[in-house]
Structure formats: structure tokens, C-alpha cells
Write a protein that binds this ligand. Structure first.
Ligand SMILES: [Zn+2]
Length: 137
């Protein structure tokens, strides 16, 4: 188990990657810390998330900004796993990054849901909400 260098708690969540190091946030004291070099091996968590976001229609740069992994890595994964977007669509999803409380508020308002599809995916210690407006004829 990983321990927080600040308070020794082992309750922590992943919080992005900084220079190929996994960053964590301590749930007890909010202290951020990184673990020793992972080398080139990036956690499969981020590979999965990156490919998921890619399929949702996000650009490489957007994925880089959201996950903290370089767009070059993301491009390589897309190639490696032969990921193809099913449609060459012109729509672009909108998304928000919300914490657990904010997401509760969002879903309590039916107006936020009407005429749109929503997907929620975990993103470190927050949640990402991806929304499509329904196609208009
Ligand atoms: Zn701590």
C-alpha cells in the first residue's frame, strides 16, 4: 500500500501523471505526491481512459490536457491497439469535469438530461461528464 509522506494515511487516489510519474492525492490531508519513476510504463488506467476519450471524439490535445499524458503517447496507443472511430462525424461532444457533489447537482436537474445523451467516466479523483446534443435534422 502507498502511504502519504505527509500523514502516513494509505487512503489515496490517482491524480494525473507528471513527467511519467504517477501522481496521487491523499484523501485525508489532500497532499499531492508522486511515486518513484515508472519509466516508460504508464499505468494501464491511463491507456484505457485515453482510448475511451479518443472514441468519444476528443482530440489528442484535449486528452493530453485532461489526463496529463502526452499526445504522442495517446497517438501511439491508438495505433498500437488499432482503435478506429466508427464514424467520421462532424459533431463534437461537450464535456465537464465535476466532483462527486457537483455531479449530484447536475443529475438532479432534469433539464440537464433532456435531448442529450450523457456518459460519466471516472477521471482521477473527479468525474468527467460527456454530453451529446441530439442530432438535428
Ligand atoms: Zn496525507
Amino acid at each position: 500500500m502507498l502511504q502519504c509522506p505527509n500523514c502516513q494515511s494509505s487512503e489515496n487516489v490517482k491524480s494525473g501523471i507528471i513527467k511519467d510519474r504517477q501522481r496521487y492525492r491523499c484523501k485525508s490531508c489532500n497532499y499531492h505526491f508522486t511515486v518513484q519513476k515508472m519509466g516508460k510504463k504508464i499505468d494501464s488506467y491511463y491507456v484505457n481512459k485515453a482510448l475511451q476519450l479518443y472514441l468519444e471524439g476528443l482530440s489528442y490535445r484535449e486528452i493530453e490536457r485532461l489526463l496529463g499524458v502526452s499526445h504522442v503517447s495517446v497517438m501511439n496507443w491508438v495505433k498500437k491497439y488499432k482503435i478506429k472511430r466508427p464514424y467520421n462525424s462532424t459533431y463534437h461532444p461537450t464535456y465537464k469535469i465535476l466532483n462527486a457533489t457537483e455531479i449530484k447537482v447536475f443529475f438532479s436537474n432534469p433539464e440537464n438530461m433532456s435531448g442529450a445523451g450523457v456518459v460519466v467516466t471516472e477521471l482521477g479523483d473527479k468525474y468527467m461528464l460527456i454530453k451529446w446534443e441530439r442530432f438535428r435534422d
